[in-house]
Design a protein around this ligand. Structure first.
Ligand code: SF4
Ligand code: SF4
Length: 434
C-alpha cells in the first residue's frame, strides 16, 4: 500500500515554504560529512519540489541523494518554518522502493520484523552459532560487542556489532509480573533490547519491582517497524503498525502507560504512526488515540513515580557519566531533562561538548550500503565522548548504542555504554544511605 507521490502525497506543501535561509545547513548530519548543496535539507527540499512538478526524474542519482539523509531531524529543530524534511524524505523513499525495489537482504530483514516467531528461532540459532562467524571483542573491553571474523557482504570484519543474548527478554520473562497490584504499566521493549541488549529489560523490571508497579509484557507486540519506515517499505509499516495498534487497544484501559526504553521505537509509535497514516483517516485517529499512553521509560519514571526521591536515598556511585541525546528523544519528543535528572541522583554527569549532535546511525541503508557516511558521522561523537573523561556514556536508544559503540571501538575510546535504565537499576541495587 505504498503512497504514490505526486498523486497522494503533496510534497509542495512542505517544499514551497522553504525560504532558503540556510539555518539548517550547519546542523545537517549528511552535509557535515558530504558538503554538497544537494545533500543538505535545503537541497533535498528543492529536489523534491522539482520532483513534484515533474522536473526531476527519480533516477539512480536521485535515489542515491535521497538515501543519503540520516533522518536525524536536526534540520527540523532549527528551521524557522518547522519544515519536516525527514518526513518528506521518508515519503519519497517509498516511491524509490516502488521504482527500484528493495534489496534482498533488507526484504529478508523486514520479513523477520513482521514474524516474531521466525525472528525468535533465527536469533536463537544466531546465539548458538555466533562464535563461528564472529569473535567477541577483546580490545577495549568496556566497549562490548562482536566482530565478524571475515568480510561479509556490506559489513567489513573490523565493524563492532551487538552480540546476541542467550534468551530474548520477552521469552525470558512471564507476561504478567505482579509487584503489589496497585499500579500497572505495559512494556514495549524494541528489537535490539529484546534480542541484543537484554540487560535493559531486566533493569526496567527491577526498577518497576522496586517501585511496586506491576509489569505487563505484551507478548504479541511486533517491531514498531521504524527500520522499514526509514527504508520506504510502507507495506511492512502498514502491517506492523495496524497489528500493534489493534493489540495495544485491547489492553490500553488496563494500564497506566506503555513505557519504552528506546527513543526510536517510542518516536515511531507516538509520532511516525500518525505520519504514516496521513491518508488513512481511521488508522490516523486510532494511532492518535494511543499517544497519551506512550512514554519513553525515563520520561514516565521521572514524571509519574517517586523514583527520584527513592534514588536520593541510595549511595552515590563512584562513576561519571556523559549523556548522548538520541535524535528521536530530544528533537522529536523533547525528552532530555528526564534521563539526566534520574542519572544525576547517583552519578556525576560530565556533559559532552554537543550531546545533541546526531551519532550517525541513520537506519539500515546507512549502516550497510552507505556505511562510509555513518562511519564519518560517528567520529566526532566518539571524540567528544573521550574528551569528557567520563567512564560511562549513556543514551536511551539502542540504535545510538550500536553506532556509538562501533565509533568508540574504531577510535580506541574505552568507555562503557549503558542505557539510563541500567544505570538507575544499578543505583537502586546499592545500599540505602545511613
Ligand atoms: S532552515 Fe528551513 S526554511 Fe531555512 S533553508 Fe533550511 S529548510 Fe529551508
Ligand atoms: S534529517 Fe538530518 S541528515 Fe536529513 S536533511 Fe535533516 S539534518 Fe540533514
Amino acid at each position: 500500500m505504498a503512497t504514490q507521490s505526486g498523486e497522494i502525497f503533496n510534497f509542495a506543501e512542505f517544499t514551497d515554504p522553504c525560504i532558503k535561509c540556510g539555518k539548517c545547513i550547519p546542523v545537517c548530519t549528511i552535509h557535515n560529512v558530504n558538503a554538497d548543496e544537494v545533500t543538505s535539507p535545503r537541497g533535498f527540499l528543492d529536489l523534491l519540489g522539482a520532483y513534484q512538478n515533474g522536473n526531476l526524474e527519480l533516477d539512480k542519482n536521485a535515489k542515491d541523494i535521497f538515501e543519503s539523509c540520516f533522518l536525524c531531524t536536526a534540520c527540523v529543530e532549527v528551521c524557522p518554518k518547522s519544515l519536516p524534511t525527514d518526513m518528506v524524505i521518508e515519503q519519497v523513499r517509498t516511491d524509490i522502493a516502488d521504482k527500484f525495489g528493495i534489496a534482498f537482504f533488507k526484504r529478508a530483514f523486514f520479513y523477520l520484523l513482521r514474524h516474531r516467531l521466525t525472528m525468535d528461532v533465527l536469533f536463537k540459532l544466531g546465539y548458538v552459532f555466533q562464535t563461528c562467524g564472529f569473535k567477541i571483542k577483546e580490545k577495549n573491553q568496556n566497549v562490548a560487542g562482536m566482530q565478524p571474523r571475515f568480510n561479509l557482504p556490506l559489513i567489513k570484519k573490523d565493524r563492532l556489532l551487538p552480540s546476541l543474548g542467550k534468551t530474548s527478554f520477552m521469552n525470558a520473562n512471564p507476561e504478567e509480573i505482579s509487584n503489589g497490584g496497585k499500579r500497572r504499566v505495559a512494556i514495549f521493549i524494541g528489537c535490539l533490547a529484546n534480542y541484543n541488549y537484554t540487560e535493559i529489560g531486566k533493569s526496567l523490571l527491577y526498577t518497576l519491582e522496586t517501585l511496586e508497579i506491576d509489569a505487563f509484557i505484551p507478548k504479541k507486540q511486533l517491531c514498531c517497524s521504524a527500520p522499514a519506515y526509514f527504508t520506504g517499505d510502507f507495506d511492512t509499516v502498514d502491517h506492523n503498525a495496524k497489528k500493534n495498534i489493534e493489540y495495544f487497544e485491547s489492553f490500553l484501559d488496563d494500564v497506566e502507560a506503555i513505557i519504552i526504553p528506546e527513543a526510536t521505537c517510542s518516536a515511531m509509535i507516538k509520532i511516525d504512526y500518525e505520519h504514516h497514516f496521513h491518508d488513512q483517516p481511521e488508522w490516523f485517529e486510532r494511532a492518535r488515540a494511543l499517544k497519551s499512553k506512550i512514554f519513553m521509560a525515563t520520561e514516565w519514571l521521572n514524571n509519574h513515580t517517586h523514583l527520584n526521591t527513592l534514588l536520593e536515598t541510595k549511595e552515590t556511585q563512584d562513576l561519571s557519566v556523559t549523556y548522548h541525546d538520541p535524535c528521536h528523544a530530544k528533537k522529536m519528543q523533547g525528552i532530555h531533562r528526564e534521563p539526566r535528572n534520574l542519572i544525576s541522583k547517583n552519578y556525576e554527569i560530565k556533559e559532552m561538548s554537543d550531546s545533541n549532535t546526531c551519532c550517525g546511525f541513520g537506519g539500515v541503508t546507512m549502516q550497510t550500503e552507505k556505511y562510509h557516511f555513518a562511519h564519518a558521522a560517528g567520529k566526532p561523537k566518539a571524540a567528544m565522548i573521550e574528551q569528557t573523561g567520563a567512564e560511562v556514556v549513556s543514551s536511551e536508544c539502542s540504535a545510538c548504542r550500536m553506532q556509538i559503540s562501533n565509533s568508540m571501538h574504531d577510535a580506541d575510546v574505552n568507555v562503557e555504554f549503558k542505557n539510563p535504565i541500567e544505570l538507575i537499576a544499578d543505583a537502586l541495587r546499592e545500599k540505602t544511605k545511613v
